[in-house]
Design a protein. Structure first.
Length: 155
């Protein structure tokens, strides 16, 4: 195509875009005489709006929830996690990060055995899981079964 442009449709050719003063500007021209200017303008407005939608596919990006497996956790039962008590409420699409600050190896395993399972998390390592479905998720450490917690995921 002459000038290196790309056909967008509706008789409009765009050769590029640039940001200027925080605004995305398109370098476009009509390619078909007689096409009303309002049609390409509406198309461009729609494309610009769609490109500026800040919500990623799959849901909004939320800050992660950190849960610390505290030092000496295997002897603390339900107090093995910080924050404590370990009933944590989250929104859907929230990410939870369990960080092992204990010298011992631990797991983060859903009581149902299928929702999530970290496998072994060594000292200084972390495990994360993003919760996309609402519900109540009880979990425990398979190495130290008295270490328990609950997450409540709300819409």
């Amino acid at each position: 195509m002459a000038g290196g442009g790309t056909a967008v449709g509706l008789g409009l050719i765009c050769g590029g875009a640039r940001f200027e003063d925080g605004i995305l500007l398109f370098a476009c021209r009509l390619s078909t005489p007689g096409v009303p200017m309002r049609i390409p303008s509406i198309a461009l407005a729609f494309l610009a709006f769609a490109a500026c939608n800040s919500e990623p596919l799959g849901g909004p990006t939320l800050p992660p929830h950190d849960i610390i497996i505290v030092s000496g956790a295997e002897t603390k039962g339900a107090a093995a996690y910080d924050p404590n008590p370990t009933v944590v409420s989250l929104a859907t699409h929230a990410k939870v990060i369990w960080a092992n600050d204990d010298a011992s190896q631990h797991t983060v395993t859903a009581d149902d055995g299928v929702s999530f399972d970290s496998g072994n998390v060594n000292s200084g390592e972390a495990y994360s899981h993003t919760f996309v479905a609402t519900g109540t998720y009880a979990y425990h450490c398979t190495v130290h079964p008295t270490m328990v917690g609950t997450l409540v995921v709300n819409p």
